[in-house]
Design a protein around this ligand. Structure first.
Ligand SMILES: [Zn+2]
Length: 341
């Protein structure tokens, strides 16, 4: 009887399902008995030999067998899954004492590092830091610095004007003016900060950084200025660095000079950084113009001063041999990580 065969296969399959050790094994058994090529569907092919009266009974038996196996399959599958999960959880025990994945440490930005180092070098000889706003009055930016409205020096700096009276500071010099007007001399002041000019290419950025130094005391000479900047250059670039001063012009200093130091990259032998001259310019300086002192109500027969300024990016470019100023602002970790200290 076909019906008996069906029931035999069903019982055999149920028995096999019960003994399955894994969901994989169980699934393979399901395919073996119920799949397209499985034992139960194979019986269906014999249906044609069954008498028409018996056929409905056979069909019924077949459906019952299939239902029973499907139900059993789901039940055993559920049990096996639960068992496998429990086993996996017990094997994959969490060790709470293990350290977590290492987190990436940030690095100081080269601009920040150069600021810190310059401030540190000057603070060792008695300088202190003052600051000022980035939007400044015309007087602080120009007038008090001996740069009157029609002075050509105003064209030297392509300034971002906010309105007639205010602009983004094109240099850190207004910090000097604020200090001169709000505190009492002697001064040994550093004014670090961001400055703004309409300029952008490989060596210029519309926003960059400067640091200025201002000394006002009773007896201040060009020799003091030279000594101070030579000390700075040898501390910043290395003991073997030489400095030289070239006459120059700035409205706010008289006399004025530009400061070069021997190229730290090639030790003065000549390289791309120094344009094969062996010297690199590091900033401008001079004795404070008497007009600047008197614009801030200081008696210029009693007080004298010197001032100097340099670009932070330029110092970083020279110190680290960087070719493109834009690298400082792109925040590419591959660049920044090289400055880890
Ligand atoms: Zn060089």
């Amino acid at each position: 009887m076909l019906k008996n065969q069906i029931n035999e296969i069903r019982d055999e399959a149920l028995q096999a399902f019960k003994g399955a050790a894994s969901t994989k094994e169980l699934y393979d058994l399901k395919v073996k008995y119920l799949g397209r090529q499985g034992s139960l569907p194979a019986i269906m092919k014999k249906m044609k030999d069954v008498s028409p009266e018996e056929r409905p009974l056979m069909g019924q038996a077949m459906n019952q067998a299939k239902d029973a196996l499907e139900t059993a399959y789901l039940k055993f599958e559920e049990e096996l899954k639960r068992g496998e999960l429990t086993k996996r959880l017990s094997e994959e025990k969490l060790d709470m004492t293990l350290p977590g994945p290492p987190s990436k440490l940030g690095a100081h930005h080269p601009i920040e590092m150069v600021f810190d180092e310059i401030i540190d070098i000057f603070s060792r000889i008695g300088y202190y830091v003052r600051s000022g706003p980035m939007i400044e009055t015309d007087d602080h930016n120009f007038g008090a610095l001996n740069i009157p409205p029609e002075h050509p020096a105003r064209d030297m700096q392509d300034t971002f004007y906010i309105d007639e009276e205010h602009s983004l500071r094109p240099h850190t010099s207004p910090i000097q003016i604020r200090t001169l007007r709000s505190e009492k001399p002697p001064f040994y002041v550093l004014g670090p900060g961001g400055v703004f000019r309409c300029d952008s290419d490989v060596s210029h950025s519309p926003m960059f950084h400067q640091i200025e130094g201002l000394v006002v005391d009773k007896k201040v000479s060009m020799a003091d200025l030279k000594g101070t900047l030579s000390y700075f250059a040898s501390e910043f670039f290395g003991k073997s660095i030489k400095t030289r001063f070239r006459p120059s012009f700035f409205p706010f200093t008289e006399p004025s000079a530009e400061v070069d130091c021997s190229c730290p990259l090639c030790n003065g032998k000549g390289c791309r950084m120094c344009g094969h001259t062996g010297w690199v310019e590091i900033g401008g300086c001079g004795l404070v113009h008497p007009n600047v002192l008197s614009a801030s109500d200081l008696d210029n027969s009693e007080w004298q001063g010197f001032a100097f300024g340099m670009g932070i990016e330029r110092m970083a470019i020279i110190k680290y041999g960087i070719s493109d100023i834009r690298l400082f602002y792109e925040n590419d970790n591959r660049f920044l990580e090289q400055f880890r200290r």
